[in-house]
Write a protein that binds this ligand. Sequence first.
Ligand code: FMN
Ligand code: SF4
Ligand code: SF4
Length: 280
Amino acid sequence: MRIIVYCFSGTGNTKWVCERLAAELKTLGHTAELFSLTADFCPPPANGYDGVVVGYPVHAFNAPAPVLKFLKKLPAAHKYLPVWLVRTSGEPLRLNEAAGISPKRILKKKGYAVRGEFHYVMPYNIIFRHSDGMAARMKGAAEKVLPRHAALISAGKGELYKNGAFRRVVSFALRVEHPAMPLIGRRFKATEKCVGCGKCAAVCPQGNIKMIGGRPQFGKNCAACMACSFHCPQDAVKISLLNGWRVNGPYTFEGEPAADADVCRYCRKSYLRYFHKMEE
Ligand SMILES: Cc1cc2nc3c(=O)[nH]c(=O)nc-3n(C[C@H](O)[C@H](O)[C@H](O)COP(=O)(O)O)c2cc1C
Ligand code: SF4
Ligand code: SF4
């Protein structure tokens, strides 16, 4: 099979999962080509491939706005082309499964066949910083299940999540993030700690940051991916209303994975359920 992997990732979690999945598909003898979804690059259409993977992080129980925009522009499938959705989220709540609703609806309308949804819990890039142990356990759990997911793709199989009325309503209501973020993002600012290195501008997938006079200026195309504030070496990016939830600095994913007793107290039951399912 020749598989195309479209991936939107702000802080690298989804990209890592997509890269690992592509590597597993290659070990099964398939071709897997990964394209990052950024505002300044138009990846090739999916027709001509035998399968499609679309990777994205959950943003407020939805797919990020640039992912929906990209899927809406994707040409209709010439045939019943199989698609697998790959998601990462910071918490293991089942409500996150609602982030598949809009992508599935858009793809189905265009003649694609969504065969499966794979969900990976990866460390938060907003709200709070997970411990190194939690991050290491999340990565280990994903590593464990990735070969199984690649095998399902290889066999043309997968599982789809069902979303009831409650999830649909919550997800629809929180899609307010899509029009709100460009407004909030315009108010992002670099503090006096900024050294003008330009890293925030380099990592922004939306091309939303321009360096003017050695300082970043934020435009009106923010998609709330958090790459700028997460990767700033000086922790100098203030993210306006969301500043109290800022998480700065890449996770190393090194060290001892958290034991059950050390799993964070927030959503503890759900994390344990997730880890035990992935690690079995
Ligand atoms: C604006 C925003 C909204 C988010 N909303 C959710 C959410 O609703 N549920 C969740 O579990 N994680 C949420 N997250 C956390 C990310 O989904 C998670 O950290 C993801 O792995 C980040 O992937 P990336 O590194 O590929 O961008 C949110 C992150 C951001 C930046
Ligand atoms: S990454 Fe941080 S230090 Fe570098 S230019 Fe951006 S705000 Fe300034
Ligand atoms: S401005 Fe920051 S949060 Fe907004 S899209 Fe760019 S990198 Fe992401």
